[in-house]
Ligand binder design. Structure first.
Ligand code: ATP
Length: 203
């Protein structure tokens, strides 16, 4: 019997279904640590990343006290060095805040939603299990276009910058294949089965 929470790293490409799975896990009683939400908070007005970003990128990167996302997206997309500099500021701060939230959680299961878990490397050793949500790229494109109205090319460009599906799957302790053929009810069933399996092994 262990009192330390089971730490699950949840990852997957854009539009794969991470948020849907995270919500289902929360429904089973998990505490969610959402690293995208942490990144947004860090880069809002008054966020801890604002001054380091201003020092590194200048006033042009800040608009009304918050990170100018459009400016930064444009800059980081074509410039690998700018992307790395931004990540060097954000990733340690995200790690600290994620850890703070995890420690505040009651014992049980903590789910870290980390879109770039495979790409960033440092997350693998911070979690006990990696859960990968996988689906075909065409499904990712369809979902994100439907959800956000982005062009297919814009979604594909993001996919191309993320880790390949095979690399993600090779880091996984479990994979849920959440493709077009899987209904929401079947997705819920798959998450429920995994919850039972991992919960039973953990306690
Ligand atoms: P992002 O990385 O862009 O935040 P995500 O991996 O968190 O995406 P979700 O937001 O969970 O993915 O899912 C993307 C879209 O696809 C959402 O609109 C969601 O409702 C839908 N979706 C996910 N899984 C299914 C499914 N099995 N059946 C139908 N729709 C689904």
């Amino acid at each position: 019997m262990s009192n330390a929470p089971l730490r699950i790293g949840l990852t997957g490409g854009i539009g794969s279904g991470k948020s849907s799975v995270a919500a289902l896990l929360v429904g089973h009683g998990a505490t969610l640590v959402d690293t995208d939400a942490i990144a947004r908070a860090l880069t809002q007005t008054g966020g801890a990343a604002i001054e380091p970003i201003r020092q590194s990128f200048g006033d042009a990167a800040i608009s009304a006290g918050a990170l100018d996302r459009a400016y930064m997206r444009q800059l980081a997309f074509g410039d690998g060095d700018a992307k790395r500099r931004l990540e060097a500021i954000l990733h340690p701060l995200i790690g600290i805040e994620a850890e703070r939230q995890a420690r505040a959680a009651a014992a049980g299961v903590v789910v870290f939603d980390v879109p770039l878990l495979v790409e960033s490397g440092r997350w693998r050793q911070k979690v006990d299990r990696v859960l990968v949500i996988d689906c075909n790229e065409s499904t990712q494109v369809e979902r994100v276009v439907a959800r956000s109205g982005w062009s297919r090319e814009a979604v594909q460009a993001v996919i191309d910058q993320q880790a390949p599906r095979a690399a993600r799957r090779s880091c996984a302790d479990a994979v849920i294949f959440n493709d077009g053929g899987l209904s929401r009810a079947q997705l819920a069933q798959a998450v429920g089965a995994l919850w039972q399996h991992w919960g039973a092994v953990h306690t």
